[in-house]
Design a protein around this ligand. Structure first.
Ligand SMILES: Nc1ncnc2c1ncn2[C@@H]1O[C@H](COP(=O)(O)OP(=O)(O)OP(=O)(O)O)[C@@H](O)[C@H]1O
Ligand SMILES: C=C(C)CCOP(=O)(O)O
Length: 254
């Protein structure tokens, strides 16, 4: 079981509201298709059979959430905000799904707003039975960063990264990959840091996203991945194929 996140910064023009990066999305869909269908998808030469995709927001969702003052902790009770933010994410989800379908990946949508919630401490509950059943039935579920019902706050944002971590646990994933617009976590000299084992060791070089982002950029990503038992890789668009083939491109978070 592989959980792969297509970062919003990789598949959209993150600094231009609601603008897709069509070329990058096509490259991502082609790479997933190669691994899923052709038989050279993993190190044994077998096609990948169990894959869950999560995508982020990029220029869809973050701008809308920022305008409405909604973050992962600060909520809203305004139905217009819900339609605006969730609507932007489902629009992007439609783009992602149709591109994957064009490449014969059996992609189907799962919208976290309709299935997940947070309690008053902000802890997320994301039922995974629907996702695992879809996988068993041969589909590739495609979830996305979204809004979720949040006790005491109305609705708050759930990032794709948080969904990845939650799904990796509940689905007992073997491999976790986060594709972003950077080739990995970069040090002060813009070189890829090959391995991260503690947050303190890299806290000084980790920052937020350069574009509008309500979920914390690279720092939040690394922090979330360090909580996981299995290793996770952070890599750029060109490394989706090697990752799905069994390599550990970019930065490995252990
Ligand atoms: N040390 C670092 N190495 C690499 N990127 C960093 C670093 N510090 C901050 N960043 C920023 O983090 C961004 C990646 O995080 P971001 O949350 O934008 O990625 P994403 O998951 O692809 O997008 P989204 O959150 O929209 O899904 C990079 O584009 C860069 O601007
Ligand atoms: C801003 C929204 C609604 C989702 C953000 O998801 P992310 O891009 O994975 O952080």
């Amino acid at each position: 079981m592989i959980v792969l996140k297509l970062g919003g910064s990789a598949i959209t023009e993150k600094d231009r509201p609601e603008t897709l990066d069509g070329k990058s999305l096509t490259a991502a869909a082609a790479a997933v298709s190669t691994a899923f269908e052709t038989g050279d998808g993993d190190s044994d030469g077998d096609a990948i059979e169990e894959l869950v995709i999560v995508h982020g927001g990029g220029s869809f969702g973050h701008h809308n959430a920022s305008e409405h003052g909604v973050t992962t902790t600060a909520g809203s009770h305004d139905p217009a905000a819900v339609h605006d933010i969730h609507g932007a994410m489902t629009t992007l989800n439609e783009f992602v799904l149709s591109r994957l379908l064009e490449y014969d990946v059996p992609a189907v949508p799962v919208h976290p707003f309709s299935t997940a919630h947070r309690d008053s401490d902000g802890d997320l509950t994301l039922p995974s039975q629907q996702v695992s059943t879809l996988v068993e039935e041969g589909f590739v579920p495609v979830l996305h960063g979204d809004l979720v019902a949040h006790a005491g706050e109305g609705v708050t944002v759930v990032s794709g990264d948080e969904l990845v971590v939650d799904l990796a646990r509940s689905l007992d994933a073997d491999r976790i990959g986060l594709c972003s617009t950077v080739p990995g976590v970069l040090d002060d000299a813009d070189e890829v840091v090959p391995e991260i084992a503690s947050f303190d060791a890299v806290a000084d070089i980790l920052g937020e996203s350069e574009a509008t982002d309500v979920t914390g950029g690279m720092a939040a990503k690394v922090q979330a991945l360090l909580e996981l038992e299995p290793e996770a890789s952070i890599f750029g668009l060109g490394d989706i194929e090697p990752f799905l083939a069994g390599d550990e491109p970019g930065t490995t978070v252990r």
